[in-house]
Design a binder for this molecule. Sequence first.
Ligand SMILES: C[S@@+](CC[C@H](N)C(=O)[O-])C[C@H]1O[C@@H](n2cnc3c(N)ncnc32)[C@H](O)[C@@H]1O
Length: 390
Amino acid sequence: MATEFSYFATVPLHMERLLADELTELGAREVQHTVAGVYFKGTLEVGYRALIWTRLANRIVLKLKEVPASTAEELYEGVGTIDWTEHMGVNDTLKVTFTSVRLDSEITHSKYGALTVKDAVVDQFREKTGERPSVDRTQPDLHINCHIDGDQATLSIDLAGRSLHRRSYRKDSGKAPIKENVAAAVLLRAGWPQFSSEGKPLFDPMCGSGTLLIEGALMAGDHAPGLLRDYFGVLKWRQHDADLWDKLIDEASERARAGKSSLPIIKGSDIDKGGLRAARKNAESAGLSEFIELENRPVREIEPPAGPAWPGLMVTNAPYGERLDDDAEAARVHRELGESLRERFPGWKASILTGSEELGRQLGLSAGKVYTLYNGPLECLLLNIDIFHR
Ligand SMILES: C[S@@+](CC[C@H](N)C(=O)[O-])C[C@H]1O[C@@H](n2cnc3c(N)ncnc32)[C@H](O)[C@@H]1O
């Protein structure tokens, strides 16, 4: 039987349940969500599938060992009980990140914690070989994560290496882009997988750099987000199974190729030409430019995309009005969006990510369901609305 590993996936707050469902679908076992993360178990294949297919997680780490860490000496000793030659060579580079919750340890500075772990690994190599591996903070061969909960440290390998929300298609970010994994959460909460499977259109009338449209196309086209990335922390790990990885990448490439033949209409518009230029560039780098239609248009003039007259799904990330002088403008845009939807989108479903209840009220539409999501540090509301015939 293949070896089972314990994994932990990190995710923005309020997206934990969505991630737990996604991981379960990818074959994970003993899936348990906690604050901003999900524990799961599975074979290496399950971990690899999660890395390649997750639309929601930021990082996925594979647990090596738990060690006591009430003092730096204890942590140093504990790190030394792992045979690091099983995970990297002396000529490979490493990076250590350090996180903590409920600290009950004298190690209160994350830099100090990371340094202690790094020293313990490097000293082990020096004792064994007389040489020491060096540090690479941007693209290390092995990325070690040390997480302290109370006075216990969990040492893991960060298989992602760089946050998985960075899919590599974003060449230009526009003004206030939504994070790629938060966009995926919006689309899942909006019910996009159901709409797309029925061939219904997706429309974002304030698309900016196009993140919701691109994530929507990837989802509808069965396209794994990981296919777009060229770096994963796992690829230089000594126990990496390159044959298994290549097999899963080939399978994902085949599914992406097949998925492109059945994409529904995906359209975006925006008042800002700069945002649309960014959207065009990003769609191109995701290989999706021929499937995403873009138009320069203010929200008060939007029309449902041309095509069969089925009602579809409108999703958007409305301007928040973060600065005081933007507030009135953001409120006006919400009012205009609400008017356009009431007048020209009866029968459609709308899912609107907005900065506050007050801004949401400006839409003049009542939400059937409201979710909280974080876009970076900003707490936002996602309003799911049925647009009724008048
Ligand atoms: C929060 S940003 C959307 C960011 C986008 N989701 C992304 O990932 O890049 C809000 C967008 O609304 C657009 N916008 C503001 N007022 C508008 C209006 N009256 N009509 C159409 N678009 C408008 C802005 O140009 C901006 O691109």
